[in-house]
Design a protein around this ligand. Structure first.
Ligand SMILES: N[C@@H](CCC(=O)N[C@@H](CS)C(=O)NCC(=O)O)C(=O)O
Length: 200
């Protein structure tokens, strides 16, 4: 059985919980508290020298890291990552978009505002990330006015990766009423079979 080194509030960990569940793959969750710096213990650093969750341990004891890389590993050979070369490239484009333009700009304000409750202390960094995050959300919203899902008119790991932090962006002070196409897409994602919420 897979073992997922997991932090419950993390969108990056949620991506993996959601896909494992939608693939009907059983897994054991091992809680790692990032607030208490557990990702920097010598034992954890053996699993991921970069000191971050999620980490997925395979049945043969290999430790996989980087949430979007783990998604491609799990989805390989399934409808969540279709074989077509162009579709795969489009999916990878949205996985890289999430890592380079979206995820951290949504997750950092969310962490400071809703988890650490340090909004005042981090006000200027929050504003910096929100400016970049809004630019990325605008790109997604425009794409989703023309398409029901990010790639190939169907639900794939591109949607899972980008949904994880977008659907809770309001917790990072984002005004999501500016993005109606994203709201409809979130409804389509949450209606998929075997959907689970980010909240355990
Ligand atoms: N690019 C990585 C980012 C992982 C990441 O930032 N994980 C956070 C939780 S969401 C973490 O473990 N932070 C602890 C730390 O950096 O000390 C991924 O997609 O997996």
């Amino acid at each position: 059985m897979y073992k997922l080194y997991d932090f419950a509030l993390s969108g990056n960990c949620y991506k993996i919980r959601l896909l494992l569940t939608q693939l009907n793959l059983p897994f054991e969750k091992i809680a790692v508290n990032i607030v208490d710096q557990e990702t920097h213990s010598p034992d954890f650093l053996q699993k991921n020298p970069n000191g971050k969750v999620p980490v997925l341990e395979t049945e043969s004891g290999v430790f996989l890291t980087e949430s979007n890389a783990i998604l491609t590993y799990l989805a390989d050979g399934t409808a969540f990552f279709p074989r077509d070369r162009l579709e795969q490239t489009e999916i990878l484009k949205w996985l890289f978009f999430e890592q380079s333009s979206l995820g951290a700009n949504l997750s950092r304000p969310r962490f400071w505002i809703s988890v650490a409750k340090q909004a005042e202390q981090f006000a200027s960094l929050i504003a910096y990330h929100q400016r970049l995050g809004n630019a990325a959300l605008k790109v997604m919203n425009e794409h989703l006015t023309q398409h029901p899902f990010l790639v190939g008119e169907r639900y794939t790991i591109a949607d899972i990766a980008n949904y994880a932090y977008t659907h809770v962006a309001n917790q990072g002070g984002y005004d999501m009423s500016q993005y109606p196409a994203i709201a409809h897409w979130c409804d389509r994602v949450s209606s998929q079979p075997n959907y689970i919420s980010i909240h355990p």
